[in-house]
Design a binder for this molecule. Structure first.
Ligand SMILES: [Zn+2]
Length: 293
C-alpha cells in the first residue's frame, strides 16, 4: 500500500503533498515486467498522477497523464482516480539504454525529448478538461511543473523519484508537489526557493527511512507546516468483463461477427493489469446482436 499526505503552511500560502509509491511502482514493474528505465519512467508518472488525482475536487473523477514523444518507450500512460489510486503502462515495457551523463537511469532518453504531455481531467461532468504542453525534458517532474505553470497558472515544485534494485524490484519510489496559493507573494516564493535549495533526492530520503511528514517539513523548512489529511493509495485497475464488452462493441457488429467466424475464442487483455478476458464465438455473436438491436 502507498501512503499520501496533504499539508499546508500555517500562513496559508503554500500547499504540499507527498506520496510513497514504492509498493505501487513495484506492482507496476511486476505486472508489466518493465526494464529499469521504464520502471523509473512509468513510476514517476504514476507518482505524479496519484498526487494530481487525489487533488481532484470530486468523488468520481479521474485524471489521465500521457507522455507521447520520440523515445523508445513509446507512449507512457498513467491514470488516477480521485482517491489517488493509479494504474498505467508503457507502450514498450522493455527498453535498454545507457545511463545518462549523471550516472542515472536515462528517463528523458527513454521517453524522448520531442513530444507532449497530455492531461485529461474527467470530473464526471459532460466535457472532460484537456491540457497539452510540449515536453520540457521528458524527465517528467519538470514536465509536470511546466504543465501547472502553463495550463493551470500554479507555481509548482515537483519532485518524483524511483530507485530500482539490481533485481529490478523497487527500492523506493515517491514524490512531492509544492504549490503556491494565490495568497503567496514574492517573499513566500523566495522562502520556498530557499527551502528546496538543499533538499536531497526524494528516493534518498525515502530509502533512509524518512517519513512523508518529515520530507514535507524538510522541503518547506522555512515554514511551519500543518498536516491536513492522509490516505492510502494503491495500484488499482478498474477493468471488468462488462467494460471489456463495451470496448469490444465499439468495433461494430460486422467486425464482431468476423472475429467470431475466424476464431473460437477471442482474448482481450487489459493494458493496465494484463488480465485476460476470453470471449467465445457464441458470446461475440450475442454481443453483435445486442449492438444491432
Ligand atoms: Zn485491468
Amino acid at each position: 500500500m502507498g501512503r499520501l499526505i496533504r499539508c499546508i503552511t500555517t500562513d496559508g500560502c503554500v500547499t504540499a503533498m507527498a506520496v510513497d509509491t514504492t509498493d505501487i511502482v513495484n506492482e507496476a514493474a511486476r505486472l508489466h515486467e518493465t526494464s529499469a528505465v521504464i520502471s523509473a519512467a512509468l513510476g514517476r508518472l504514476l507518482t505524479a498522477a496519484s498526487m494530481m488525482g487525489s487533488s481532484l475536487k470530486t468523488d468520481v473523477g479521474s485524471i489521465t497523464l500521457r507522455l507521447s514523444a520520440d523515445g523508445p518507450a513509446g507512449s507512457v500512460v498513467a491514470v488516477a482516480d480521485s482517491d489517488g489510486n493509479v494504474r498505467g503502462y508503457a507502450e514498450n515495457p522493455v527498453v535498454e539504454i545507457p545511463l545518462n551523463p549523471k550516472g542515472k537511469l536515462d528517463v528523458g532518453g527513454a521517453v524522448g525529448h520531442n513530444g507532449s504531455l497530455y492531461v485529461l481531467k474527467d470530473l464526471g461532468m459532460k466535457e472532460p478538461y484537456n491540457g497539452v504542453i510540449p515536453l520540457v525534458s521528458g524527465e517528467i517532474a519538470e514536465d509536470i511543473t511546466a504543465y501547472f505553470a502553463e495550463s493551470e497558472q500554479i507555481p509548482t515544485v515537483c519532485a518524483l523519484g524511483v530507485l530500482v534494485n539490481p533485481d529490478l524490484t523497487i527500492k523506493a519510489a515517491g514524490g512531492y508537489l509544492i504549490q503556491l496559493l494565490p495568497t503567496a507573494d514574492n517573499e513566500i516564493i523566495t522562502k520556498v526557493e530557499k527551502s528546496i535549495e538543499t533538499i536531497q533526492p526524494i528516493t534518498t530520503l525515502l530509502s533512509n527511512g524518512m517519513s512523508l511528514e518529515d520530507i514535507v517539513k524538510n522541503a518547506l523548512n522555512q515554514f511551519e507546516v500543518e498536516k491536513l489529511d492522509e490516505s492510502v493509495v494503491e495500484y488499482k485497475c478498474n477493468c471488468s468483463r462488462e467494460r471489456t464488452e463495451k470496448v469490444l462493441s465499439t468495433i461494430g457488429a460486422d467486425d464482431l461477427n468476423k472475429l467470431a467466424e475466424e476464431q473460437e475464442v477471442t482474448s482481450v487483455n487489459c493494458h493496465f493489469c494484463n488480465r485476460v478476458y476470453d470471449f467465445t464465438s457464441e458470446e461475440l455473436k450475442t454481443l453483435s446482436k445486442k449492438i444491432l438491436k
